[in-house]
Ligand binder design. Sequence first.
Ligand code: SF4
Length: 288
Amino acid sequence: MEILVAEHSGFCFGVRRALKLAEEATSKGDSKVYSLGPLIHNRQVVEEFEARGLHVVESLNDVPSGATVMIRAHGTGPEVYELAEAHNIRLIDATCPFVKRVQEEAAHFAEEGYQVLVLGEPNHPEARGIVSYARGQATIVEGPKDIKNLALRPRVAVVCQTTQRLSNLQALVEVILPDVQELRIANTICEATVSRQKASLGLTREVDLMIVIGGYHSANTTRLAQICASTGTPTYHIETAGEIDPGWLDGVSRVGVTAGASTPRQAIEAVVERLQQLKDAKSVARDW
Ligand code: SF4
């Protein structure tokens, strides 16, 4: 059996940057360092940082005055910055610059009077943060099916959560366009997402089985698994190597491996090692 690892698997630029900032913040031995929500959608990494003193909180109301709080790569709404200033809380802002761009586009369109639609997941912190920047003028939609429940205004603008699929944006635009006078679109899907999705899709077509590694709460990993599964190739989404069922490999001669943007390299290596042990397999690494 051959094991092929997709290009661009694992940590993206924004996650690497957030982890570097978290390492710097926790290396000073300060016990009052917090993360507003889990730093990344990877349980193992979050637990590692918890042990180093980065405590996860759900609200700024849960931290003492004078504390340091990290804003994660997904970003947050402007009200959090205002609250931090009022409560003398120091922020370390790890918002990915690509997420910042979406926030700015949403704010700009709202100021210009457009009805802003955020193509994203209603409960995802990145999407909720983007909505806050539009100061109440934005609605999150998951795709074309949500449009029929909306009263569209004549001037509509669309921005996307950075981990969306281009095909979903295209389908949304097609449904909106006949019903509006003006439609502005900011394709804010980030390059790291596009290249990871393309590489995984290409690899899925070459193999008998795909394994997608990443947190179950990770939007981009879930999307990767959906993309791989859409080809008809059997696909399994796992968090750790221990979840691989040896039965999955029966009759498989090539297995593909890919990983979401918040998956550490060690997790990918552990999966490759386990596959090698189970099937005496040869690993054909790509540039990941
Ligand atoms: S997936 Fe893209 S937008 Fe999100 S953190 Fe990574 S690089 Fe930034």
